[in-house]
Design a protein around this ligand. Structure first.
Ligand code: FEO
Length: 397
C-alpha cells in the first residue's frame, strides 16, 4: 500500500508507484524501470487535488487518499491532462465527492467526457487563470500538444512548484521521490527515452512552450511531473535538456538498425560499421537487430544519432516485418536533421534497399546515397565493398 509522502508543508504526493509495469500505451511503449502515476494534494485554506492515477489502481488510490484527507475537504480537483494514466481513478473518486469542481482546459472537458461520459462539475480554465487557495494560489498555463490537445501545467505560487504533468516525466519507479536521490544514469536514460518516444513529434511546441514559461520569469523551486521523480535539485537542468532535445538533437552517434534471415545482412552491418569507424573513430557506432531488440530502445538510439543505416534482407519483394514496424513508428515521429542510408542482402529480386530508402525519405531523413546491396551471402569481396560503403557513408556525414 502506497502512503502519502510530504513534499512541502502544503504539498503531499498521493500517487502510485508501479514497479511491475513493463508496457505502457497498451503494448506500445516498454517500461523496463516501471513507472509512477503522480498525484499531488495541495493544502492551504482550500484543498486541491492535482491529477489522479491509472485506472487499475483507482480503489487503492481512493483508500489511501482517505487516510491523508477527508475527501469532503477537497475543494477542487485539477486535471492537467485527461489521459487514463492520470484520470483513470477520477470516476471512482467522483462517486465519493460527485459535486467537486474539476478544473481543466476546454479540451480537457472534451477528453474527460469522451472517456467517462459523465456530466461532472467542469470548470474550464485558460492560460493565466488563477485559483486562490489561501496564501498560495494555482495559476494555469495551457500547453496544448505537450502531448495531447488538453494538456496544461499548473504553477503554485508561494511554494514555487510547477506541476508539469507528462512534460519532464520519466517512466521510472522509485520510492525515493526526488531526482537527487536516484541513480543519475538510470534517471536520464529514462528521461531521454521518454522524450524520444513520446515528445519528439511535438518538439516545436516543446521549445515554444518552455520559452514562453521562461519568459514569465517565475521562480521554480521544484518541478513535479506526473511520472517518475520530482525535480527538486537544479530543476533547470531538465528544462535545459528539453530545450536541447527539442532542437533537432543529435550526438556523435551512428546507429545501424537491421534485421536478417541467414546473417548475410548482419555481416553487411558489421562490415559497414568497421568502414565508418575507419573514417570517424570518435563516433559511437551501435548495431541493433530490430528483430531482437526493443523498438522503443531503438527509437531512443535513433533520437541520439546524427545518422542511421537501416538494413534488411528482401523477403517476398519487401523487407522484414520488424523493419516494417520500425518505419511505421518513425514516420510519425518527425525526426529532423538526421542522415541515413539503406542496405541489405537478397537472392533474386532485391527490392528491400530501394523500399527502405524511400521510407527513410518519407520519415524525414536525408538519404545520402542509393544504398548497398549484396547478392546471396557476402564473400570477402562483398564485405570489402560493404566496408567501403561504410567509409563513404562516414565521409558523407
Ligand atoms: Fe502520462 Fe499523456 O499521459
Amino acid at each position: 500500500m502506497q502512503m502519502s509522502k510530504k513534499v512541502t508543508d502544503k504539498v503531499s504526493w498521493v500517487g502510485k508507484v508501479d514497479w511491475e509495469l513493463t508496457r505502457f500505451h497498451g503494448e506500445e511503449y516498454s517500461t523496463w524501470q516501471g513507472s509512477s502515476y503522480n498525484s499531488y494534494l495541495v493544502r492551504d485554506e482550500k484543498t486541491a487535488l492535482i491529477d489522479t492515477v491509472w485506472l487499475p489502481y483507482d480503489e487503492e488510490f481512493v483508500t489511501n487518499l482517505k487516510q491523508t484527507v477527508e475527501l469532503d475537504a477537497i475543494d477542487y480537483i485539477i486535471i492537467n491532462h485527461a489521459e487514463i494514466d492520470h484520470s483513470g481513478a477520477l470516476p471512482r473518486l467522483m462517486k465519493e465527492i460527485p459535486n467537486t469542481p474539476i478544473y481543466c482546459t476546454r479540451n480537457g472537458i472534451k477528453s474527460l467526457q469522451g472517456h467517462y461520459h459523465q456530466d461532472w462539475n467542469f470548470v474550464p480554465v485558460k492560460t493565466g487563470d488563477t485559483l486562490q487557495l489561501g496564501s498560495t494560489s494555482l495559476v494555469f498555463v495551457e500547453a496544448p500538444m505537450l502531448h495531447w490537445p488538453d494538456t496544461m501545467f499548473t504553477y503554485m505560487t508561494g511554494e514555487n512548484i510547477l506541476f508539469s504533468n507528462d512534460a519532464f516525466g520519466q517512466h521510472y519507479a522509485t520510492e525515493a521521490l526526488y531526482n537527487d536521490r536516484v541513480d543519475q544514469c538510470e534517471l536520464f536514460a529514462e528521461a531521454i527515452k521518454y522524450y524520444a518516444n513520446i515528445l519528439t513529434p511535438f518538439s516545436s511546441q516543446v521549445a515554444k512552450k518552455i520559452n514562453e514559461v521562461l519568459a514569465l520569469e517565475l521562480s521554480v523551486d521544484m518541478i513535479c511531473p506526473s511520472h517518475g521523480v520530482i525535480w527538486r535539485s537544479e530543476p533547470i537542468r531538465i528544462v535545459q535538456k528539453y530545450l536541447e532535445w527539442a532542437d533537432s538533437y543529435q550526438e556523435n552517434q551512428i546507429t545501424i538498425v537491421y534485421d536478417t534471415m541467414w546473417n548475410a545482412t548482419r555481416r553487411m552491418a558489421e562490415a559497414i560499421a568497421k568502414g565508418i569507424q575507419e573514417i570517424d573513430g570518435s563516433a559511437t557506432v551501435k548495431l541493433m537487430n530490430a528483430g531482437k531488440e526493443d523498438k522503443n530502445d531503438i527509437i531512443t538510439e535513433i533520437f541520439r544519432s546524427k545518422a542511421i543505416l537501416v538494413g534488411s534482407s528482401t523477403i517476398n519483394r519487401r523487407y522484414l516485418s520488424s523493419i516494417g514496424a520500425l518505419f511505421e513508428t518513425i514516420k510519425g515521429m518527425r525526426f529532423s536533421g538526421k542522415k541515413a542510408a539503406a542496405f541489405g542482402s537478397y537472392g533474386w529480386s532485391g527490392e528491400s534497399v530501394k523500399l527502405m530508402a524511400a521510407d527513410l525519405a518519407e520519415a524525414g531523413f536525408e538519404v545520402v546515397n542509393e544504398g548497398c546491396r549484396v547478392l546471396w551471402m557476402p564473400d570477402g569481396d562483398a564485405l570489402d565493398a560493404c566496408r567501403e560503403f561504410g567509409r563513404q557513408f562516414g565521409q558523407a556525414l
